[in-house]
Design a binder for this molecule. Structure first.
Ligand SMILES: Nc1ncnc2c1ncn2[C@@H]1O[C@H](COP(=O)(O)OP(=O)(O)O)[C@@H](O)[C@H]1O
Ligand SMILES: [Mg+2]
Length: 250
């Protein structure tokens, strides 16, 4: 397993937001986490990425105990996260956004004078990453001028610039048109297939999750109620009940 949580727990006062969650993510998998609103999905993500500290339990990534590690430290061992609100700098060009992420990965300050060779290497890598998210040809465009779907693709590209072994995506399809959702879903699959990146997705679009995922973890009231491949999740009685009581169809 590349990512594993053991009895991960976080309570807010009396509310058990995440309760003894044991997550097992296989390398190079697309693994989705779903569940009705308030199930604890975002809190689980926040616990894994160090945004909040667990009351109990452990997070293992690639054989290292990373429990409570902050995002910058996780990034150094190649665990990245994208955000629901994009981390794109709107006033910079598409290329500059990626170059910035590469520099930050390499610890190169913007003020440092770089050799032409280094600059070219950064630019070449940025172009390669942009090709992977199908943004070649848009290098010089202001990031803020991109359409919504392309901005989400750029956000994923910024995550990729960290050369992650695993990338956590927080509702990558949220607020997008059907066409854009298809584009991003295809992109996610392509990234896993071409780079072997493990992708963990929290997503509301259950139909898309069913198509995209190798495995699905379903949460309700802070607990994992099912963990199986999509076909089994679809037929799972507890999952159907959870969704009938919530606002989603499965
Ligand atoms: N910072 C917080 N303080 C208090 N309660 C919180 C906090 N964050 C989340 N919660 C509560 O924890 C539960 C799980 O929330 P969340 O992880 O956001 O669920 P999901 O992402 O599955 O919709 C909810 O009942 C939510 O209201
Ligand atoms: Mg949430």
């Amino acid at each position: 397993m590349i990512l594993e949580t053991t009895d991960l727990t976080k309570h807010f006062g009396g509310l058990k937001a995440v309760n003894g969650v044991n997550l097992r993510i296989a390398p190079a998998a697309i693994h989705s986490i779903i569940g009705p609103n308030g199930a604890g999905k975002t809190t689980l993500f926040n616990l894994i990425t160090g945004a909040i500290k667990p009351a109990a339990g452990r997070v293992m990534f690639d054989g290292v105990d990373v429990t409570g590690w902050p995002a910058e430290r996780l990034a150094k061992i190649r665990l990245a996260r994208t955000f629901q609100r994009t981390s794109v700098f709107h006033d910079l060009s598409v290329l500059e956004n990626i170059a910035l992420a590469i520099r930050s990965r390499e610890g190169i300050s913007r003020s440092i004078w770089l050799t032409a060779g280094t600059e070219r290497a950064i630019e070449a890598e940025a172009c390669d990453i942009l090709g992977r998210v199908r943004l070649r040809g848009r290098e010089k465009d202001k990031a803020g001028a991109l359409a919504h779907g392309n901005q989400r693709a750029l956000d994923i590209a910024i995550g990729l610039a960290l050369k992650p072994k695993l990338i956590l995506m927080d509702e990558p399809l949220a607020g997008m048109s059907r066409g854009d959702r298809e584009t991003i879903a295809t992109l996610i699959t392509a990234l896993r297939d071409s780079l072997g990146v493990t992708i963990v997705v929290v997503e509301h679009d259950v139909a898309m999750v069913m198509r995209l995922s190798d495995r699905i973890t379903v949460m309700q009231h802070g607990y994992v109620i099912a963990d199986a491949p999509p076909a089994e999740i679809r037929d799972n009685e507890a999952v159907r009940k959870a969704y009938l009581h919530g606002s989603f169809a499965i």
